[in-house]
Design a protein. Sequence first.
Length: 395
Amino acid sequence: MQSTRAGASRTVARVETFVVEAAWRNFLIVKITTSDGIVGWGDGTLGWKEFAVEAMIKEFAERYLIGRDPFRIEDLWFRLYQVEHNTGPVMYSAMAGLETALWDIVGKACGQPVVNLVGGRMRDRVRAYANGWYANVHDKPRLRDGVRKVLELGYTALKFDPFGAGGREMSRTDLKAACDAVETVRDEAGPDVDILIECHGRFSVGTAIEAIKAMQPYEPLFCEEPVPAHNAESQAWVTTAASAMGTRVATGEHTYSRFGFQELLLRQAAHVLQPDLVYSGGFMETKKIAAMAETHYVSIAPHNCDGPGRLIASIHLCANIPNFLILESFADFDVPWRKDLVKSGEPVLENGAYVVPSAPGWGYEIDEEVARAHPGTTKARLNMFEGEWERLMCR
């Protein structure tokens, strides 16, 4: 039974998790049920560390959540951050799994979509770019076929990594092959489609600058994560060079919480920030990151490579924040049963943008039978620095 009245007597009765195998990673789905029967769905997926996150969610639920008021979301987040001390991506993802499920409960209890509870919409459509479509990046005919498929689905932007399994340095031959791939995509997509270049944090500072310079003829919307995360000074070095070329650099998917993003902003290390709603610690934490970025007039393009729960929560976020640029989506290039996982509330893409949900909470419900039919596995892996990893990731 779905209650529409918020009340102090309502408490969290049960927290459950589902680890769901999805080819090269697992999805970690969180289900929270209240004492009066409201069900909230959340996402705690952290690539290749889902079982560790699952264990932490269960511990946190027992220590801080069972029997408590589900509306006290900020209190829960602060207690976890302040009391548990040793933060990091596993802990932040566990916090996000619980936090996003609680927001779903609050929205359902109030009879409102989550976006309405944090100030409402600034936009009714959230522009998205396609990822996961380029399994044959150096096979030009098939690469063109992939571009056509993206455009047929209605997207007006697409991202891909043309650099193969490259590392810190790159040969002239490999850089030429990357340029050929991007030239092929630009030619097939035409001048009005946005191309985004993914570097997957693989380059040295010098190689990153060379690669960004080589991409300029193809007018990318931005070049993403050119150097490994966690050294904001090196990131700023690259971003300064890119600024001189008139190119935007994006980064942030491996930066956690507002405290991590503070350094990127202070060092002017990116033109576009890419917080992941789960890795960063949850919906409200990502909204706070966006607010920090707005004080620097920096745009937000959330990282979003996992399941439907994160996608839908990210749509709510992007509809609300003033400095939104574009949202990543794998939805049309994922495991074939992905849409079956959502029994109601599957996001709708129209003319390259998602329609913002209007149902209470996040607006979706998970089909538990489908989730259980694909049990998680420790063999879900992807190494982007060896072999033709694109064939595993892309559909």
